[in-house]
Design a protein around this ligand. Structure first.
Ligand SMILES: *[C@@H]1O[C@H](CO)[C@@H](O)[C@H](O)[C@H]1NC(C)=O
Ligand SMILES: *[C@@H]1O[C@H](CO)[C@@H](O)[C@H](O)[C@H]1NC(C)=O
Length: 352
């Protein structure tokens, strides 16, 4: 009996040491602000599926000046759709981790890859434009925007956890994200904002006098001034969003579309305020799938330059589209990227 008790005790001690000492995370508590409004919004269930079956997890979308729609897929393709709605494989990158894409003024696209860094993709193929920052490999570049002065702003959600462990960053709830600026002329990269809570989408205002960066697990976006009397200052653009902001894109009228992801279900909210639960979840990746609710619903919001939500469309039941990661408005349609679909969603805005 004594032997068994000692063995059990030893096992418990070993397990505790294992859980706490070797844990990949060093967590703090995180309050998840659940929005009180429980009104269901399923308007996104009317999306038209573009390129269904052809587009593997098209995370981000962008449209060039000729109206050609681009997306980057999990199998390393930059695919595009010309106005006739036929998709084509455009350029291939040897990668399975392409994320944010944006058009570049001198033609082609600039693309984030979480292993190679920042890429330029043109008719001639792709080239790496930035792979190292301060002598270390740039990992987990996420979203990107090019300013008219040539500067490239991009986000790194976490300098501690990679794309495949992104949820550990949410569990740890310590801000490891950065917003960086790369100047192609001087070949210099500087930190614009540090210690962000999962720095995700980046957008420039219409006049490029400020940029907005999303902090996913803080349910807010920051506004950072680039010009004018407030130049260099940072303030809150919008907070207490009904879910975690992913990508953000400028709308033609100067407001912004933000895709929101459900990083946790209401039922599992307690995990984020309990360190012990966090240690346990970090130990068993299967538990992450129970808590993280990104694949259960979809939501996008339109936010004015003042930071007020003026439109909200969702697929709360996740019937047609889930895990919408980006929303781009073009000619009265909203184009939706997702990490959980094999199509790009097209949502007509005219009657919405
Ligand atoms: C730019 O800087 C990186 C290191 O930061 C260096 O490896 C690379 O060779 C430089 N490129 C040019 C064109 O100077
Ligand atoms: C590079 O390292 C220096 C010295 O630690 C630091 O001041 C600077 O912010 C770093 N830059 C980037 C882009 O990480």
């Amino acid at each position: 009996m004594a032997l068994i008790s000692s063995l059990v005790l030893a096992a418990l001690v070993a397990l505790t040491v294992q859980v706490f000492y070797f844990s990949p995370i060093d967590p703090v508590s995180l309050e998840i602000p659940f929005s009180v409004s429980s009104t269901k919004n399923n308007q996104l269930q009317s999306v038209i599926k573009l390129g269904e079956g052809f587009l593997k997890q098209p995370e981000d979308v962008c449209v060039d000046k000729d109206g050609v729609l681009y997306t980057a897929t999990r199998d390393g393709w930059i695919k595009r759709m010309v106005r006739n709605e036929n998709w084509e494989n455009w350029k291939h990158v040897d990668s399975s981790s392409l994320l944010g894409i944006t058009t570049s003024k001198d033609g082609g696209l600039i693309v984030c890859d979480t292993t190679l860094g920042l890429l330029k993709v043109t008719e001639d193929g792709f080239s790496v434009i930035l792979s190292q920052v301060n002598g270390s490999q740039l990992i987990f570049a996420d979203d990107i925007i090019e300013a008219s002065d040539g500067n490239i702003y991009f986000s790194v959600p976490s300098t501690k956890f990679g794309l495949h462990n992104w949820y550990l960053d949410v569990l740890e709830a310590r801000p490891h994200g950065q917003l960086l600026r790369y100047n192609p002329l001087s070949n210099e990269t500087v930190i614009v904002l540090d210690h962000l809570a999962f720095a995700n989408g980046v957008a420039l205002s219409k006049d490029e006098d400020y940029l907005v960066v999303c902090e996913t697990w803080k349910f807010r976006c920051l506004k950072h001034w680039l010009k004018g009397i407030n130049k260099g200052k940072t303030e809150i653009f919008i907070e207490n969003l009904p879910a975690g902001p992913d990508n953000i894109n400028l709308a033609p009228d100067g407001s912004f579309w933000i895709a929101l992801i459900q990083v946790t279900s209401e039922r599992m909210g307690f995990v984020h305020t309990s360190k012990v639960s966090k240690y346990l979840v970090a130990l068993f990746p299967r538990l992450v799938n129970m808590i993280n609710s990104v694949t259960k619903s979809a939501m996008v919001v339109k936010v004015t330059t003042e930071g007020n939500i003026i439109k909200k469309f969702g697929d709360n039941d996740g019937k047609k589209i889930t895990f919408v990661t980006s929303a781009v408005e073009f000619e009265d349609n909203l184009y939706l990227g997702s990490l959980n679909t094999d199509f790009v969603g097209k949502f007509p805005l005219q009657n919405a």
